[in-house]
Structures are given as structure tokens and as C-alpha cells.
Design a protein around this ligand. Structure first.
Ligand code: UDP
Ligand code: MN
Length: 273
């Protein structure tokens, strides 16, 4: 029976794309996503937020999920959102769970083609690390190293196969993920790494095509944009950390995502021709 499954390639429809967002960014970050890459994955992308807005429900065909988690950057509330994202993925029946932040640009065709090279029936945790060594947990009061683990940076995006997500079910489903976060007192993405690497004993597979703003975005060569899965941006004081891409004026497109989108998909209506 499985032979048929194995030969069938993954399509966009097999992927559950979740984006963590918040009411604080609904009129800044969200519109950029809705205008660009969301248009290529409307049916597959879901936004996990902390508010209810008619306008965005209409724009996304009801794909805004009000998690009822608090609108704050505190660990507990970010873990609350991740918990809802994971539960919704399980319910969706899809083969891959891919999480992103709302300051990510997702190169949808590339996400699909990379996932096609892995089997969803196997246990896969795909992403990018942003630290040079694993997280180390020490026993108190002796300070003896108990264990260490790697995690994929949430702000770069990561994907988990259904097989692995199902194995996490007893420890992570139905809000149990929040208890894990609180138990180890680590952020949501680190807690995902803890569950997968430490509890499930499955290793993170490094996929360097995921990118967060912990990297210098301008170092990515335009010739490689098509091969990348995700991009990001950030602003510290007056400095933007953004992709170096030709296109719109920086006053109109400070994040560079509109220009990036036109670089990748020049046929879009809003792109100059
Ligand atoms: N976020 C949130 N609630 C908040 C602040 C941020 O859900 O109160 C989300 C935000 O939408 C984004 C992620 O958390 O998807 C990371 O936020 P941000 O980029 O502001 O911070 P970073 O951790 O990257 O510095
Ligand atoms: Mn960010």
C-alpha cells in the first residue's frame, strides 16, 4: 500500500504553512505577506494571531486563527500560539507542518521542491540553527551537564514531517506544548527542539535555505534567491537588515519583500514591467 504513497510527490496541498502574528503587526507586517507570497499559497497558509478582524478574515478567506493567546512577546504567550499552530496542523491531516514568523518571506515553490526530497512518512525536523553550540541543560546545584540539544530558529522557519509530529502527540498536543515550555522555561522554538531532539531522540536536519534576520540578509547573492526557502528583515534603530534586491524605492518598500517578490515572480500585477 505504501509503495503508491512513496512514489507520489509532495505538492503544495500537502503542506500546512503556519505564520505566527499579532495584532501589533496586523497593519505593518501582515499586509506585506498578503500582497506577496500568500497569494501563491492561499489555501495552505494559516495565520495565528491574538485578535479578530473582519478585514483580514475577508482577505484571507477565513485563514486568520484567533488563538486567544495574549498579545505579548512573553515566552508563555508565544508558546501558546505555537501550541495552537501544532494542534491545527494535526487536525488538518496534511503531511508537513511548516512554521514561519510574520517577518518571513516564504519562497513557496522552493519550499515545495525541498520537501519533495524528504519522505513525510519518516521523521524529519528541518531547519536552520542560529547558535554555534547546542543548548545545554545543567543539573542544579552541582552544575553537572544533564543533556544538550539543537533547535531550529523559529524566525527562519522550520518544517516537521507528519510522522514525527504524530510521535510528539503525547507530549505536545492539546496545549501540553505550553506546559513543556513552562517546564524548561525556554522559548517556543527552543522547546520544539527540546521535544524533538531530547524527548523524541530525533536530530535536527540542517537546511541552510531557511533564513532569519539573525543573519545579514544583504550577504545573500541575488543569483541564489530562487534556491532559498525563506528570507527575513529587521530594523534596529535606523539600520535595516534587509535582502539586497533591485526594485522599488526603499521608502515605498523598506523591507524589500515587495521587490524580492517581483524579482522572483515578475508577472505579478503590482510589479513593474
Ligand atoms: N509576536 C507575537 N506577539 C508579540 C510580539 C511578537 O506573537 O507580542 C510574534 C511576531 O508576530 C513574530 C514573532 O513573534 O511572528 C517574532 O517577533 P519579532 O519579529 O517582533 O521578534 P524577534 O523575536 O524576531 O526579535
Ligand atoms: Mn523577527
Amino acid at each position: 500500500v505504501d509503495d503508491i504513497e512513496l512514489n507520489k510527490n509532495i505538492t503544495l496541498n500537502d503542506i500546512f504553512i503556519s505564520v505566527k502574528t499579532t495584532k501589533h503587526y496586523q497593519y505593518t507586517r501582515l499586509p506585506i505577506i498578503l500582497k506577496t507570497w500568500f497569494q501563491l499559497a492561499k489555501e495552505q497558509t494559516w495565520f495565528f494571531t491574538d485578535t479578530e478582524t473582519k478585514q483580514h478574515q475577508n482577505q484571507t478567506n477565513g485563514h486568520m486563527v484567533n488563538t486567544n493567546c495574549s498579545a505579548s512577546h512573553q515566552r508563555k504567550h508565544l508558546c501558546c500560539k505555537m501550541s495552537v499552530e501544532y494542534d491545527r496542523f494535526l487536525e488538518s491531516g496534511k503531511k508537513w507542518f511548516c512554521h514561519f514568523d510574520d517577518d518571513n518571506y516564504v519562497n513557496v515553490p522552493r519550499l515545495v521542491s525541498v520537501l519533495q526530497t524528504y519522505k513525510h512518512q519518516e521523521d524529519w525536523y528541518l531547519g536552520r540553527t542560529s547558535v554555534y553550540e547546542p543548548v545545554k541543560i545543567y543539573k542544579k546545584p552541582t552544575n553537572k551537564l544533564m543533556f544538550s540539544f539543537w533547535f531550529a530558529t523559529g524566525g527562519a522557519g522550520f518544517c516537521i514531517s507528519r510522522s514525527l509530529a504524530l510521535k510528539m502527540l503525547p507530549v505536545a498536543s492539546g496545549g501540553r506544548f505550553i506546559s513543556i515550555c513552562e517546564g524548561i522555561r525556554l522559548p517556543d522554538d527552543v522547546s520544539v527542539g527540546f521535544i524533538i531532539e531530547h524527548l523524541m531522540k530525533k536530530n535536527l536536519t540542517l537546511v541552510p535555505e531557511f533564513h532569519s534576520h539573525l543573519e545579514q540578509m544583504k550577504l545573500l547573492p541575488p543569483e541564489t534567491f530562487r534556491d532559498q526557502i525563506s528570507f527575513s528583515y529587521s530594523k534596529a534603530k535606523d539600520e535595516w537588515n534587509v535582502v539586497n534586491v533591485p526594485g522599488f524605492d526603499t521608502r515605498y518598500d523598506p523591507t524589500r519583500f515587495l521587490s524580492l517578490h517581483c524579482f522572483l515572480f515578475p508577472h505579478f500585477k503590482f510589479c513593474p514591467r
